[in-house]
Design a protein around this ligand. Structure first.
Ligand SMILES: [Zn+2]
Length: 82
């Protein structure tokens, strides 16, 4: 843990609501120290909130897929790598 690509990989688990509390706090720790990821997640506040509250909201699989793809594309555009 602790690397940006780990974080981006975990974002889809966030969305699935499958992230355990420990991974969640690791992720938040990384976010606290990584401006790039913070900028990234700023656009995904809903996702972070899901994690914090431990609430599972249902996302249609099609939307989730689109979101994953969108995230990856956005990340590449913004930072030039995954
Ligand atoms: Zn990062």
């Amino acid at each position: 843990m602790g690397r940006c690509d780990d974080l981006i990989g975990n974002l889809s688990d966030f969305i699935d609501g499958e992230l355990d509390a420990e991974t969640c706090s690791e992720l938040e720790k990384h976010l606290a120290g990584c401006k790039n990821c913070r900028l990234m997640v700023d656009s995904m506040k809903m996702t972070v909130k899901l994690c914090r509250d431990g609430v599972q909201e249902e996302l249609p699989p099609s939307l989730k897929k689109r979101l994953d793809k969108k995230l990856a594309e956005r990340w590449k555009k913004q930072f030039g790598h995954l």
